[in-house]
Write a protein that binds this ligand. Structure first.
Ligand code: GLU
Length: 309
């Protein structure tokens, strides 16, 4: 009998600001998912976007997660992985998949609505060649031509992730106009390099999954299992965005001990029957996704954290 290797999970926050309750919950769920199955879990700091990320946010995030009681088998800063990212772009270029694109967001406005709430890119520049110097010399954004057609993808929680990403979202940008290497490409390269077998993340990212699976196929990389979970939302129904600065970790840490905050989060999503202080490791024995709430949870911060079912 062949033993199944233990799973490898990851938590991959963008380091664009202080952690907030949604960040901590996502980290806790990804950690519990891997650890409860005896697996490894990697913390990947998504720090490539120099227009939004600051090194200070990375170190603070690492510290906040350790404070909460989460440990990692590996901590990887995405910025250290440039060689691998470029190698993936070179492979896509060699396969004739890359093209430059000068279209602006405004060009797409009023067109077709994409599943992520934005506007579909109608693949206008497909067929335009890269300059002689290749993608590195393109003075504009670079996109990858995906295969057309629908991908059938299941989410472990039952969400239907199936999509025709090339038609519904449009070919993704892989190199931004400001030369930042784009999320959709690097997430795929880095998950594969870390041997990630389970991607557990917030439901806001679900519409990107088909694009990521399409890129995995172009690069010959394995597809992990996906599970998208509930979000903590602000009363108006938006995601509790890191950039809004709502309930930043520094304020939470000033108000709560780590076990108090962990207990509040665990109680709010169904991982504990009360809000008693607890450490992440104490949640492991009883952890099961069937106990985790599916619906998003309205969260208020008024100096006190309050959840409204
Ligand atoms: N870096 C993304 C974020 O913080 C998440 C990436 C992912 O989990 O795939 O929203």
């Amino acid at each position: 009998m062949i033993a199944t290797p233990p799973p490898v999970g990851r938590f991959a926050p963008s380091t664009t600001g202080e952690a907030h309750p949604g960040t901590l919950l996502a980290a806790l769920l990804a950690w519990l998912d891997a650890r409860a199955a005896g697996g490894r879990v990697v913390l990947r700091l998504e720090d490539l976007d120099h227009t939004r990320c600051r090194p200070g946010w990375s170190s603070q995030l690492v510290d906040d997660l350790a404070w909460l009681g989460l440990d990692w088998d590996e901590v990887v800063a995405q910025g250290t992985r440039r060689i691998e990212h470029e190698a993936a772009l070179d492979r896509l270029a060699a396969a004739g998949r890359l093209y430059p694109c000068a279209c602006s967001r405004r060009d797409r406005q009023g067109g077709r609505r994409a599943p992520d709430g934005g506007w579909t890119y109608p693949n206008t520049c497909r067929g335009r060649p890269l300059p002689a110097g290749g993608w590195r010399d393109a003075g504009e954004a670079v996109r990858v031509r995906l295969d057309d057609g629908r991908l059938e993808i299941d989410d472990e929680s039952g969400i239907d992730l199936s999509q025709d990403p090339a038609a519904e979202l449009g070919d993704p940008v892989v190199v931004r106009r400001d030369r930042v290497l784009a999320y959709q490409l690097v997430v795929v390269v880095d998950d594969a390099a870390a041997g990630v077998t389970r991607v557990v993340r917030g439901r806001d990212i679900a519409p990107s999954t088909a694009t990521q699976v399409a890129l995995q196929r172009l690069l010959g990389l394995p597809t992990p299992t996906y599970r998208h979970h509930l979000l903590l939302v602000e009363p108006r129904g938006d995601k509790l965005a890191k950039l809004h600065g709502s309930a930043p970790a520094s304020a939470l840490r000033a108000r709560y001990r780590a076990d108090e905050l962990c207990g509040l989060l665990a109680g709010a999503v169904g991982l504990a029957t009360d809000h008693r202080p607890t450490r992440p490791a104490e949640l492991l024995p009883a952890f099961a996704w069937s106990r985790v709430r599916h619906e998003d949870l309205v969260t208020r911060w008024n100096g006190e954290l309050a959840f409204e079912p």
